[in-house]
Design a protein around this ligand. Sequence first.
Ligand SMILES: C[S@@+](CC[C@H](N)C(=O)[O-])C[C@H]1O[C@@H](n2cnc3c(N)ncnc32)[C@H](O)[C@@H]1O
Length: 216
Amino acid sequence: MIKTRVIETNEGIQNEITVETFDLFARRMRDKGFNGVNDMIASGIRGGDILEVGPGPGYVGLELAKKVHPISLTGCEISPAMIHFAEKNAAEYRISARYVLGNCIAMPFENESFDTVISNGSLHEWENPIRAFDEIYRVLRPGGRYCITDLRRDVNPLIRTMVYLSTRPTEMRPGLITSLNAAYTVSEITELLRHSSLHQATAIGDFFGLCITGQK
Ligand SMILES: C[S@@+](CC[C@H](N)C(=O)[O-])C[C@H]1O[C@@H](n2cnc3c(N)ncnc32)[C@H](O)[C@@H]1O
């Protein structure tokens, strides 16, 4: 039996010290290649003007940019502390990314501003995923592609334990559990998508997460 979803937060991680720990965690995920970038490319994600929703410290969009050489990379992030790290990391990558403070349920962008929208590990924190999906549709240009990856709550308990024990820094482990408890199952997300402008999206589960892809 899958446990009921437990909401985590809709404010993102705001505290600088917590963000510093998250940055170390995300950097480690990047170094191991566990950040969804290859799945995004395999799903048909290319360059153009890219928007990353909930970039956190920015590694996912920056790694994607390194591979697809977009025209531009913009992040919409709710946490000022995360933006601070993302800007620092973009400078390290020598990529001129722009990180904008905003909530994905009401993004500060004109209609049809982007060719591509990506997001990793953020969906389970959105207070209203249907509104966020509508926003992603609104800011995409016709023909634009999106790829949203996240954890999934119905992951095999053995895999859950293995990932928990390999999570470093160890201070991230409690957060991994609350994030997993807040994550959706593939069938829940399919139902939410059906009620949004992304109703033609495909949602699939893999060994630890879920991946939503489609084209406007
Ligand atoms: C778990 S982190 C993932 C960060 C990064 N995408 C990664 O894969 O390493 C989730 C990020 O989403 C951001 N976030 C949460 N809710 C958001 C919202 N409503 N709008 C924009 N960003 C949001 C958080 O502040 C945080 O930076």
